[in-house]
Structures are given as C-alpha cells and as structure tokens.
Design a protein around this ligand. Structure first.
Ligand code: XMP
Length: 333
C-alpha cells in the first residue's frame, strides 16, 4: 500500500466523533514512529501547521519543538496569537524568532514579485535552519502536508507549470536530514478543520482564510518599505474587523488589502495630502484556480473607506477590485 495514496475505504472526516477516532489513531502512530525522540515543526500559524502542532502536543508533549518565524510580513497580531495559543494556552515547547529585520533588509529595493518570493522562501529556510542547528538530538521534522499538496506535487512532477512559485519548508540542507512526520497528509482541508476543532484550537485559527507564505510581502506591491508595510497591516486589520462585524468573514473565501507603490493627490484638513491607495480584494472560489468577486454592500464599503482613510497614516483613497480570476490572479503579485 502506498502511504501517500488515500485508501478508497477511508471515511471522510465530517464529525467530532470521526475526528476523535482519527486523532487517537494518529497519536498512536506518531508515538510508534518517534519513540522518545524529539520532533521539530515550523509553526506558521496557518491551519495545517497549527493542527499538526496541536496533534503532536497531545501525542508527545514537550518532545515537540515548534519554531515560529515572524518574517515581519504577518498580519496584525498574528504572531502574538501563535504565542498566546501555543505557548500560553497549550504549553508548547515554542521558539519564537522575530526575524523582521533580516527579511526587510534583504527585500529592500527588490520589486520583482518572483524575486521577492524566492528571497522570502530562502530566508525562511535559513532562519529555520539557524534555529534547528542550535538544537540537539532532533531526528524528526513534522510537516503540515495535506492531501491536495500531495496531489499538486504529482501534477508538477508530470510537468504542469505553476503560475506562481509557492513555498513551504522543503529544501533543507543535506546535513540536516530528518525523517518526516506528516500526520495529516491524507486529509482534505475541510477534514483538517474538523480535526482542529476536535483538538480544541480556537475557531478563528481553524477557519482562518488562506494566507500566502510570503504574507503581506506580495500585497505591499513592488519594493517593500516599512512605512507602506505598516499602512497595509493597519488597513488590512480594519478590513478584517469590518468583515467580522458585518458577517462577511465566514462567507468570503479570501479578503485582504493591497497597497501599490503609487501616490495620488488628496486633501486632508484643507491641505494637500499625497497618499497611497488601499485596494480591497474579496474573492470566492472552490480551488483558487478561478475566482469570483464578493458583492460587498455599499454601506460596508463606505464604512471601510472612511475608517481606512481616517485611521491609517499615509492612505488617502480606497478602491474595490472588481476583477474575477481570470483575468486577475487572486493576489496582485
Ligand atoms: P493566485 O494569486 O495565484 O493565488 O490566484 C491563488 C491562491 O494562492 C495563494 N498564493 C500563495 N500561497 N505562497 C503561498 O503559500 C505564495 O507565494 C502564494 N501566492 C499566492 C493566494 O493567496 C491564493 O489563495
């Protein structure tokens, strides 16, 4: 039996009872695989790595060492949340690395999206490897691989071209050879969420909208600057708050703010006020291959516009992107 192929007899995990059975099964499997050895995990705060972390904390407790790399491109309060949930609530063995300066220094002046992605992906591995080298006696690496990742890599091995280069923690150096622990690799995303809730993770974490690996780095268009990145993070937080308040957060698949590297003339307190535009994107999709836009009520758009332009330094206009995919991709870069 190929361990990377989901058996046809495997029931879809749709209920807490089925999730609990899966969790028990995986706890036993992980314990049998790793014994009393230590396991390393890159914990991004995304759904998949969070569920793996919660599962492994249950299975092996402090034998799991989680590393959270804050690349400075996280959304507002996201890294703080990871620390709160995993360190404070679940008592995990968590190493928190604030690598903001490392990433932003490397990205200074770089405007090509694919180069930005490559820099962020490579530096992510560098920071993670630096941490891994400081630790001793680690033989295993846990990963939040899920079944669509396996299906996607089969497609890529067959020579189909990706539109954008996504990254995860592949590509560790030769001398850091770990055996992999991938407890959710046969699960689809909806099943991962059911398992996450059964493990007691916060609802907002389990139903978190997809967030790209390079984070706000591909939403702060062109060469990233700290001031524009700060404005983006604040504007994005307002958008998320208003979507929560207006019942859109659970309804819309992915929604975010993009800030291009242009300024327009505006007026504030009777004076000329040059600022960036904040572009709102809110899309619905099943598989991210194509997407439609959400028809946000005008009243909500007005409120978001007023809040962003009043509360965020440096932004003087708000635009709503009406473009489906195709022709636009979901992200602007
Ligand atoms: P696009 O922009 O290609 O996005 O229509 C499709 C989905 O993929 C996400 N995305 C990424 N995810 N690394 C990731 O992990 C990336 O570099 C990346 N680029 C896009 C995007 O947010 C959307 O959900």
């Amino acid at each position: 039996m190929n361990p990377n192929v989901r058996p046809e007899t495997m029931a879809r995990i749709t209920t807490p009872a089925l999730a609990n059975a899966f969790i028990e099964e995986q706890i036993a499997a992980v314990r049998a695989q790793v014994g009393d050895k230590k396991v390393l995990l890159a914990l991004s705060g995304g759904v998949d790595s969070s569920v793996v972390a919660a599962l492994l904390i249950k299975a092996i407790g402090k034998q799991l060492v989680c590393v959270h790399v804050n690349h400075g491109l996280m959304r507002k309060n996201e890294s703080e949340n990871v620390v709160e949930v995993f360190q404070n609530q679940l008592d995990a063995n968590l190493i928190y690395v604030d690598a903001t300066d490392r990433f932003l220094d490397l990205l200074a002046g770089v405007s090509d999206p694919e180069r930005k992605r490559k820099i962020i992906g490579a530096e992510f591995i560098n920071v993670f490897v630096d941490e891994a080298r400081k630790l001793e006696g680690i033989e295993y690496l846990a990963q939040g691989t899920i079944y669509p990742d396996i299906l996607e890599s089969i497609k890529q091995a067959e020579g189909k071209k990706a539109v954008k280069s996504h990254h995860n923690v592949g590509g560790l150096p030769e001398d850091l050879k770990f055996e992999l622990v991938e407890p959710i690799k046969l699960l689809y995303k909806d099943e991962v969420r059911v398992v996450g809730e059964a493990l007691g993770l916060p609802h907002a974490m389990v139903y978190r909208q997809p967030f790209p690996g390079p984070g706000l780095g591909v939403r702060c268009l062109g060469a990233i600057t700290r001031d524009r990145l700060h404005a983006l993070r604040e504007a994005d937080a307002i958008l998320r708050e208003e979507f929560d308040l207006n019942g859109l957060a659970e309804k819309v698949w992915q929604y975010f703010v993009v800030i291009p590297d242009i300024k327009s003339v505006g007026v504030k307190d009777d004076s000329r006020y040059e600022g960036w535009p904040a572009i709102i994107r809110a899309v619905n999709t099943k598989d991210a291959m194509s997407a439609t836009i959400e028809e946000i009520p005008y009243a909500v758009l007005h409120k978001i516009t007023a809040r962003i332009t009043n509360e965020v330094e440096g932004i003087n206009r708000v635009l709503y992107d009406l473009t489906p995919k195709p022709t636009g991709t979901i992200e602007w870069e």
